[in-house]
Write a protein that binds this ligand. Structure first.
Ligand code: TYD
Length: 216
């Protein structure tokens, strides 16, 4: 289904490695925007819709997941995203809502394209097909050294690590490098924030950037 209407809301995505603090910061920004009188929707990928959550289960919690080829992985993330955009994100943008999304198309560019080594052109075409015109207005990358991010994952792991969390340190180094490269190529949309600062300091920076970019 093509997306025809020009959205009036804003889409802000949060990106970064596992354990970078993006979920906490997204919740803080949501509260701050609501306090400023804006309507806000928070959501996440993979998931965000019933169909998307089912796809998430295959991707993240599938016990046979180690057999999944990288192409399948890319297409499943894109399938979850296509549904998410049409069922939830685009209708809310049309209503003027500020949508905050925990991971979006840049995760596929970095994890599947850069870290899994899938060719950049098809990844970018599949991303564009999935999102239509629902491109983020602003993207935050929370950057933390890989060792910090892995230590944080270990600390919070209440049960077995999920399929993506079983990857090795080289994979996460690639993810981090991929994000930093992406940010360099898209300076008008993507802001890198040092995620090793205090939670308060990170939130302050995110709020300042949001005000600047969205004029809220
Ligand atoms: P999740 O539990 O949501 O992790 P996090 O809290 O770090 O966001 O798991 C999502 C995993 O899927 C995470 O390892 C990143 C990965 N992912 C991709 O590889 N490609 C994608 O397009 C998306 C959205 C996520």
């Amino acid at each position: 289904m093509p997306l025809k209407t020009k959205p009036t809301g804003k889409l802000i995505s949060f990106e970064g490695s596992e354990g970078s603090g993006k979920s906490t910061q997204m919740a803080r920004l949501a509260s701050r925007l609501q306090a400023a009188g804006r309507s806000v929707l928070t959501t996440r990928e993979p998931g965000g819709t019933e169909i998307g959550e089912q796809v998430r289960n295959i991707l993240v919690h599938n016990l046979k997941g180690d057999e999944m080829c990288h192409e399948t992985e890319l297409l499943l993330f894109a399938a979850s995203r296509a549904q998410h955009v049409r069922e939830l994100i685009a209708p809310n943008l049309t209503k003027g809502v500020i949508v905050l999304c925990d991971r979006y198309l840049d995760s596929s560019t970095v994890y599947q394209g850069f870290a899994r080594n899938l060719a950049a052109d098809p990844v970018s075409q599949i991303n564009r097909f999935a999102v239509g015109n629902a491109m983020p207005d602003l993207t935050f990358i929370l950057d933390v050294p890989t060792k910090v991010s892995l230590a944080r994952i270990k600390q919070r792991a209440s049960d077995l690590p999920d399929r993506m969390e079983r990857e090795n340190i080289e994979f996460y180094e690639k993810v981090r490098a991929g994000y930093l490269l992406l940010a360099k190529s898209l300076p008008s949309r993507v802001v890198v924030i040092d995620g090793t600062q205090s939670e308060e300091a990170v939130a302050k920076k995110i709020w300042a950037e949001t005000q600047k970019a969205l004029k809220v």
